[in-house]
Write a protein that binds this ligand. Structure first.
Ligand SMILES: Cc1ncc(COP(=O)(O)O)c(C=O)c1O
Length: 391
């Protein structure tokens, strides 16, 4: 059999690889603690589960949904954006459901990029910022995110010929994997940049509802002029513990939304209506749920940051996202540190370079496990480092 060459354009999907390694260890009888993937450990809010149960029992939901999404879903998104971000979304034209943010990120490239075009993607970054454009036949120019630049891309450093070819700019704040929050002025600069180079901005807002210490992450769409140049991808996965449900949306510029919807009519047949109504329950009855989850993540963050500091791995406490971006000790690379953690501590962390070359020297720790397990992971990490150092 011969398969498409495009599948070889990207490395094996990071978390698929991690899953494989964890399985291997577990088969060996190791009690693995996975801090690798950002998959919330706590249950979806009751109101959302109830809504799905009720709506799944109603026969009208059993038929094909529309690609536009239910009016009730689009209205709920518009109200949420108005109340939470002060952003005006026209429910009729400015929003379309997606089967999780990942689907939105990967497929939007197919609506915006032709072969030979260029996408600008932050790195380290969420892998589909690369795979989507590459599968669409476009090229990717990386925008390195570095600690000394507050993990912001330097748009002024993009070479003129690259900017000229670019038709898509991905941004993501609060940021995965670095945990950085958007710096003052970046979104405004992105709008300017988009006008100057006639490109579409896609802001991935997967983490705005997991935030700490009173910080409330903004929507890109709240930036003056943002709706003229781009869209935002939002997901219920992280804030509402709904990673398995696959509910999100693309909102913003009506032309981008419409072209994306047009593309999707050829790819899938929309989101199960009962799921859309469960999404409505999340945005209405369970609107405050992410704030409760944020209290839990803040506690875990503090626990982990303290534990890391005690073993000589100081890390900046993130103000948002369930991730800690940790510099590995000098004697290690990201990979050797990750290997040591798995083989000696039975702890899975994500090696920084799997998010892009600028991730070298870092690992990402996810706070999506119970406090006791986090504590246990920290203890095991400390022991394995002491053993390694011959102490
Ligand atoms: C930056 C970022 N964007 C989007 C997603 C997509 O999440 P989902 O497809 O579950 O909505 C993730 C998930 O990890 C992410 O980290």
């Amino acid at each position: 059999m011969r398969f498409a060459k495009r599948l070889d354009l990207v490395p094996p999907y990071l978390f698929a690889e991690l899953e494989r390694k964890v399985e291997e260890k577990r088969r060996e009888g190791v009690d693995v603690i996975s801090l690798g993937i950002g998959d919330p450990d706590l249950p979806t809010p009751d109101a959302v589960i109830r809504a799905l149960q009720e709506e799944a029992a109603a026969q009208w939901t059993h038929r094909y949904p529309t690609n536009r999404g239910l009016e009730a879903f689009r209205d709920a998104v518009a109200s949420f954006y108005g109340d939470r971000f002060g952003v005006l979304i026209d429910a009729a034209t400015d929003v379309v459901p997606v089967l999780g943010g990942k689907e939105g990120v990967a497929h939007i490239a197919f609506a915006c990029l032709d072969p030979g075009d260029m996408a600008l993607a932050p790195e380290p970054g969420y892998p589909p910022y690369t795979s989507g454009p590459l599968f669409a036949g476009a090229d990717v120019h990386y925008l390195p995110l570095r600690a000394e630049h507050q993990f912001m891309p330097d748009l002024d450093a993009v070479p003129a010929d690259i900017a000229g070819r670019a038709n898509l700019l991905f941004l993501n704040y609060p940021n995965n994997p670095t945990g950085a929050i958007v710096a003052q002025g970046l979104f405004e600069r992105a709008v300017e940049f988009a006008h100057a180079h006639d490109l579409i901005v896609v802001h991935d807002n997967a983490y705005s509802e997991i935030a700490f210490d009173g910080y409330r992450p903004p929507s890109f769409l709240a930036t003056a002029g943002a709706k003229d140049v781009g869209v935002e991808i939002f997901s219920l996965s992280k804030g509402w513990n709904m990673t398995g449900w696959r509910v999100g949306w693309v909102a913003g510029n009506a032309d981008v939304v419409e072209q994306f919807r047009r593309l999707k009519t050829n790819l899938d047949s929309g989101m199960f209506d009962a799921l859309q109504l469960a999404g409505v329950a999340a945005l209405t009855e369970a609107r405050d749920f992410p704030a409760e989850m944020s209290v839990i993540y803040a506690r875990r963050r503090d626990l982990m940051i303290d534990a890391l500091a005690r073993i000589g791995l100081p890390a900046t406490p993130p103000q948002a996202t369930p991730y800690i971006w940790v510099r590995v000790p000098e004697a290690y690379t990201s990979e050797t540190f990750t290997e040591l953690m798995l083989s000696e501590a039975g702890v899975v962390v994500s090696p920084g370079p799997s998010f892009g070359p600028s991730g070298e020297g870092y690992v990402r720790i996810s706070l999506t496990v119970a406090d006791e397990r986090l504590q246990e992971a920290a203890t095991r990490i400390a022991t394995s480092l002491r053993v390694e150092a011959g102490a």
